[in-house]
Write a protein that binds this ligand. Structure first.
Ligand SMILES: Cc1cc2nc3c(=O)[nH]c(=O)nc-3n(C[C@H](O)[C@H](O)[C@H](O)COP(=O)(O)OP(=O)(O)OC[C@H]3O[C@@H](n4cnc5c(N)ncnc54)[C@H](O)[C@@H]3O)c2cc1C
Length: 468
């Protein structure tokens, strides 16, 4: 319970624009994107500078008040929803601090929206390659804290690979300035990597220095009808070889996901003449005009010859390429419109994806009446969104609860194949207990690190490490 004195101290530290207790303003901050978690908070804090973040963290630390940190609130594992904690939003901290083109880096505040950063990089003829369905709302701080992935991990890696430096406010309110734009810095433990993927449990990220890349001369996008996930994995090898390392995405889409998109997302249509059981969306970002198209044609022709591709279309323009991506990016939105589902964001070694999907689908069918598996994702990096939905639309939380035995069985299967139950969305509160049960030593070590940095346990309690 927060005292009136502490509340007043927080309000005074931030001034009238820096906080809110208005239920209308709090509403969207206390409910997650999927509508699975409804939270509550005594106050929303909206600092506008690192110093202000430090001031309020010091006040909370002195009063042993827990803080939930929030960026764009697009997280899918319940980590950004307060359950009585003070809620601290980085939304007002969206300044660009430095553009250093010779160093291929940008230094920006944590509340910057991903799409704005992609555009800023493009304005300087550079690429910031992170790309995902929530890029219009997700923030740099949230993306770093969840070590976000998305569609370009195959070529550029996850957020962990895209961050050169970090500035953070530690759980006692001290500011750590690790904003170094260095590619080589062997000076002991890599503290920034500790904060990346920590889901706000070790401190509040206030700014970051991000890596930029050369912009490909052209992006070649193709959409192929394929017979199976196994064909997608084989096609991946062919496309990688044909493109000489410039393949930037290979996404697997099942027919049922495509149908959901066509039904729920206005303007989308099937680009191929006949239906296929599975689809692969491929993207090549070549350095010279024409090279991408030649490589894509070679990969698809080889795929056709080997029976891995049944039909395919290559985008002839940027607009067509976008339209093809619009069949992949809004799958989560289309699923949401269909109803609630048990979602499993898992990763599997690429070589075992096909076997996992086949066995997992049989398991889910056996465990849940009326279930339909929607398995899609970033095949190029082994990330499968293995979702168990109800065949009929309009399922609610009761359906998700009925899927719990299937979830256990799916996580066992992930373990059998040497995978991870948390691929790119993070652990949050959703998977904290599952992770502790399946990787006890790792969670014990993480708990020791958490205790060293946040001995009072005030940073995002319940997230990542289960409450004791
Ligand atoms: C339609 C849709 C598509 C998506 N697609 C993908 C995808 O392809 N790949 C992928 O990886 N994710 C995806 N996501 C998940 C989500 O967008 C990412 O997890 C994203 O990184 C969250 O960013 P955010 O700013 O919204 O963070 P929030 O949701 O606000 O927070 C996420 C976590 O980070 C912590 N946090 C936030 N900001 C900070 C900070 N400054 N300092 C410390 N901790 C902080 C929060 O406490 C919470 O634990 C998708 C989500 C949606 C809704």
């Amino acid at each position: 319970m927060i005292s009136a004195d502490t509340l007043n101290a927080l309000k005074t530290a931030l001034g009238p624009k820096g906080w809110s207790t208005d239920p209308h303003e709090l509403g969207p901050h206390t409910r997650d994107w999927r509508g699975r978690w409804q939270g509550e908070t005594p106050i929303l804090l909206k600092p506008s500078s690192t110093e202000e973040v430090a001031s309020v963290v010091k006040i909370c630390a002195a009063a042993r008040i827990a803080i939930t940190t929030q960026g764009g609130n697009t997280g899918l594992v319940g980590g950004s929803i307060p359950q009585g904690e003070v809620l601290l939003s980085l939304a007002r901290m969206n300044a660009v601090r430095e553009v250093d083109i010779a160093n291929d880096s940008l230094t920006v505040e944590a509340g910057c929206i991903l799409e704005a950063i992609q555009n800023l990089a493009a304005d300087h003829n550079r690429l910031f390659p992170l790309s995902l369905g929530s890029q219009g709302s997700a923030t740099i701080g949230g993306l770093i804290s969840t070590n976000a992935g998305g569609v370009h991990v195959l070529r550029y890696g996850m957020m962990r690979d895209l961050v050169l430096g970090i500035e953070a406010v530690l759980p006692d309110g001290r500011i750590w300035n690790g904003l170094r734009g260095l590619r080589k810095d062997n000076s002991g433990y890599d503290l920034k990597q500790l904060l990346i993927g920590a889901e706000g449990t070790l401190g509040i990220i206030t700014a970051a220095t991000l890596k930029l890349f050369p912009r490909p001369a052209e992006m070649t996008v193709a959409f192929a009808g394929i017979p199976s996930p196994a064909a997608a994995v084989e096609l991946l090898g062919i496309a990688k070889a044909a493109s000489g390392g410039t393949l930037s995405a290979l996404e697997l889409i099942p027919r049922n996901a495509l149908e959901m998109v066509i039904e729920h997302i206005p303007g989308s249509r099937d680009p191929l003449a006949a239906p296929h059981p599975w689809y692969a969306l491929l993207e090549i970002g070549a350095g010279r005009i024409g090279e991408g198209r030649t490589a894509m044609e070679a990969a698809l022709e080889a795929g056709l010859e080997r029976g891995l591709v049944e039909d395919a279309v290559i985008a002839e323009s940027e607009a067509q390429a976008l339209a093809l991506w619009q069949l992949r990016e809004p799958i989560a939105e289309a699923e949401k419109a269909h109803g609630k589902a048990a979602k499993h964001d898992v990763s599997i070694p690429v070589s075992k994806i096909a076997a996992f999907i086949e066995e997992g689908t049989a398991l889910a069918g056996a465990k849940v009446d009326g279930a339909e598996v929607i398995a899609f994702g970033h095949v190029g990096d082994g990330n499968v969104h293995f979702n168990v939905a109800r065949k009929t639309a309009g399922a609610g939380e009761d359906f998700v609860a009925a899927c719990l035995p299937a979830t256990e069985a799916i996580y066992d299967l992930v373990q059998k194949y040497g995978g991870s139950i948390a691929a790119e969305h993070g652990v949050g509160t959703l998977k904290a207990a599952d992770l502790a049960a399946r990787r006890p030593l790792e969670v014990e070590l993480m708990t020791a690190i958490k205790s060293a940095l946040d001995p009072q346990g005030i940073m995002n309690p319940r997230v990542l490490i289960p409450a004791r």
